[in-house]
Write a protein that binds this ligand. Structure first.
Ligand code: GMT
Length: 376
């Protein structure tokens, strides 16, 4: 099938998932055309079935706000017509669903029916999309999509709660290529970070307010008092300067490392002992799932869709948002002895396998077949 995937190319879960999906589909023989304003971060190397189309927004002195959405719709039309695209799969509703609606209407005038699948990821619904600046357009364009999918049951429920949606939403959970992340840790790398056998605690995010990264630091400082540890902070974003500034004032700063944006997560997660995710809301928590595939238990908040991947007392624990004392005491439960630690690590891996790429990608393919069969 010839499929166009529209996504954000930046360091964020929706772009990562869309890119991994495109790569997996290409491996299965589909022709994948990415349409974004930059090469997606996980799209590197050459693949005969993968094509990348950059959305260019020309500068013009009149524009205080260059019309990206218009350029995106035009690029979609161009790619559909010139590459015999059979469906548009857009990730993150804003502005991709409305841009796809516009492209669909333009193509319809030329006698070409192009189905649109919109995958909802999280803040497009729970934060940004709900804002009245966007919500009428988001509601309309979701209803006009041929298929809507959500990455968790929680996100589906949130969507129905906050928008007047008149069609079914399919839950297709996020996925991980378990084989790729389930690697042997590089001992020399582990020794470099934790020379005295400290536990390596990892957090990865785009450092937005919703992630409450300061709670990661605060919980870590509590944990470190009782269990010698190191904290690796992966990613970057608007809250990073603030988080760095609070770290500077605390004892134990030498145990905290900001590694910035990293592409090779599959090399980093295997050396970790614990993944810490303190978000106020998380529709799914893709980074946590990738860590689990590398046998890393998760300490998370019980927010949003996280209970769909973290099972309390099995592959990690969940606490109320902001309850750093509970996060600390749960961490100590995992590391109370070697046997328990080993069990949690194995359970993390077992739980990740339920979300393996080989189970989830066929669910998208089934939807593609369903939606394109209605056209022909
Ligand atoms: O906030 C982020 O982490 C980025 C955001 C995005 O859409 O780029 O992530 C959302 O989508 C991810 C992939 O589906 C989910 O794993 C994240 O949980 C979700 N983030 C939030 O709901 C805050």
């Amino acid at each position: 099938m010839n499929i166009a995937i529209v996504c954000y190319p930046t360091y964020g879960g929706s772009g990562v998932l869309a890119t991994e999906l495109g790569k997996a589909l290409a491996d299965k023989g589909h022709n994948i055309h990415f349409i974004t304003y930059q090469q997606p971060i996980r799209l590197s190397g050459f693949h005969t079935n993968i094509f990348y189309h950059e959305v260019r927004v020309p500068e013009y002195p009149l524009f205080d706000y260059p019309p990206y959405e218009t350029a995106l719709s035009s690029t979609m039309v161009d790619v559909v017509l010139n590459h015999d695209i059979q469906l548009l799969h857009v990730h993150y509703a804003i502005p991709h669903a409305s841009a796809a609606y516009m492209a669909k209407q333009i193509l319809a005038k030329e006698g070409r029916h192009i189905p649109v699948i919109t995958t909802l990821h999280g803040t497009d619904i729970t934060l940004v999309g709900r804002d009245k600046t966007y919500s009428p357009v988001v509601t309309f364009s979701m209803n006009e999509s041929d298929i809507i999918t959500a990455v968790s049951q929680n996100l589906k429920d949130e969507t129905y709660k906050n928008f007047a949606i008149d069609k079914d939403i399919e839950v297709v959970h996020n996925f991980v290529d378990v084989k790729r992340f389930h690697k042997k840790p590089v001992d020399a790398f582990k020794k470099l970070i934790a020379p005295d056998g400290e536990k390596i605690i990892v957090h990865a995010s785009n450092f937005r307010k919703i992630k409450r990264v300061e709670d990661v630091v605060k919980a870590f400082l509590l944990i470190n008092k009782q269990l010698p540890s190191k904290l690796l902070l992966l990613g970057d974003g608007p809250e990073r300067p603030y988080v760095e500034s609070i770290c500077r004032d605390c004892t134990g700063i030498e145990r905290i490392k900001f590694l910035g944006k990293q592409e090779q997560m599959e090399d980093i997660f295997p050396i970790a002992d614990l993944f810490l995710l303190t978000s106020e809301y998380e529709s799914f928590g893709l980074a946590a799932l990738e860590a689990m595939a590398a046998e890393v238990p998760v300490i998370a908040t019980n927010a949003g869709g996280l209970p769909e991947i973290v099972i309390n007392g099995y592959n990690g624990f969940m606490s109320n948002v902001g309850d750093i004392e509970d996060m600390c005491s749960n961490t100590l439960k995992i590391f109370k002895d070697e046997e328990t630690e080993k069990l949690f690590k194995q359970n993390a891996y077992t739980q990740a396998k339920k979300f393996d790429i080989h189970h989830i990608v066929p669910q998208y393919e089934k939807l593609y077949e369903q939606v394109t069969s209605l056209v022909s």
